[in-house]
Design a protein around this ligand. Structure first.
Ligand SMILES: Nc1ncnc2c1ncn2[C@@H]1O[C@H](COP(=O)(O)OP(=O)(O)OP(=O)(O)O)[C@@H](O)[C@H]1O
Ligand SMILES: [Mg+2]
Length: 334
């Protein structure tokens, strides 16, 4: 568990004082992804870097598993925390394998163990070790470099990861792909992750909890669903945007809706020649809704993993679930 207790940071330069983080308190549970969200300059990076003491704290304290980080040995603290920055920070003169093994090398691992770990991580991120290990960072695409940056932070298996806009420089399609990959990996590794973003959609997709900041103050700390359903103030409401009901749909899957409706049919064979629109059980409801709205029949067949038909959904099925305003449905249709 990571506990922020009245954490404050005041930058002082010449005669000017900037309170970048103002008495912030909240707790992050082990194994959860907490996204720090907010506009530029609200203090996200400052708060993140105080956790591994890259930035000295001015007031309050940060505890990791009940221990005040100030009282911990700095090197031990840093080694227990993986850190990923936006421009991945790979060393240009080191190969991919050497980059991944920077911390293991510091920890004195032998060559065989390091090579094994590097191969394992490259595999995990879909990069063939034979093809990529000996390359240099500039021989990789931006998305591949970003994967290596995360692999490097995971190399010594730290229980905590700090990630500062790690996907910010990627184009939207690659970004979504890596986000999904990252979530799958997190299902297995279950790290406690503090993840900075200024993108509400990214936060909703990744977070177990979202902390929204404004001018160094914590505006709301809640689950994505609670933030979308009950924004605490006007700032949060404006930040999440006017289509919060639709955003909530991304948190639920077709399976959730069928279960709620009690409409799981007996499986029947689906005839692909009928050219009906289809959706998968695991699709999120926003994707499902846009497929239904663009289908000529106004409905979509739900397919199970083996391609069998499990049910049919129409727009009106969504009414039972959430108060999607008709104007929002029009927005998604466009
Ligand atoms: N070294 C510094 N000296 C003085 N002021 C600083 C310093 N670093 C950051 N600040 C100020 O502290 C505030 C918070 O900065 P911080 O970098 O934490 O914001 P951020 O939320 O990460 O922004 P961004 O989304 O742009 O990365 C800003 O007003 C910034 O100008
Ligand atoms: Mg920042």
């Amino acid at each position: 568990m990571i506990k922020f207790d009245k954490v404050t940071k005041i930058y002082e330069s010449d005669s000017k004082k900037v309170t970048a983080v103002d008495s912030i308190s909240f707790e992050v549970n082990p194994g959860e992804i907490c996204v720090f969200l907010g506009p530029s300059g609200c203090g996200k990076t400052t708060l993140l870097r105080m956790v591994n003491r890259l930035i000295p704290i001015t007031g309050g304290k940060i505890e990791v598993n009940g221990q005040d980080t100030q009282s911990l040995d700095l090197i031990k603290l840093r080694r227990s925390i993986g850190y990923v920055i936006q421009q991945n920070g790979l060393f240009p003169n080191l190969t991919i394998e050497e980059n991944i093994c920077v911390v293991p090398k510091l920890l004195g691992w032998d060559r065989v163990k390091m090579k094994k770990r590097s191969d394992e991580l490259l595999d995990l991120f879909g990069l063939q070790p034979d093809e990529f290990s000996k390359r240099f960072p500039w021989e990789l695409s931006g998305g591949q470099q970003q994967r290596v940056g995360i692999a490097r932070a995971l190399a010594a298996d730290p229980p905590i990861m700090l990630m500062d806009e790690p996907f910010g420089a990627l184009d939207p399609i690659i970004r979504e792909h890596i986000q999904n990959e990252f979530l799958k990996i997190q299902e297995n590794v279950k790290k406690t992750i503090l993840f900075v973003s200024h993108d509400i959609d990214e936060a909703i997709r990744l977070a177990n909890k979202i902390a929204i900041f404004k001018d160094g103050h914590l505006m709301q700390y809640d689950t994505p669903d609670d933030i979308l359903a009950s924004p605490k103030n006007k700032f949060v409401e404006d930040f999440i945007g006017s289509d919060s009901s639709l955003k909530r749909l991304t948190l639920l899957t077709v399976r959730d809706l069928l279960e709620k409706l009690g409409r799981f049919r007996k499986q029947t064979k689906y005839d692909p020649h009928r050219s009906q629109s289809t959706i998968q059980l695991s699709d999120n409801l926003r994707t499902a809704l846009s497929i239904i709205l663009s289908s000529h029949t106004g409905e979509a067949v739900v397919l199970g993993q083996n391609g069998d038909k499990l049910g049919v959904l129409t727009v009106s099925d969504f009414e039972s679930l959430t108060s999607v305003h008709p104007s929002e449905v029009t927005a998604i249709r466009c």
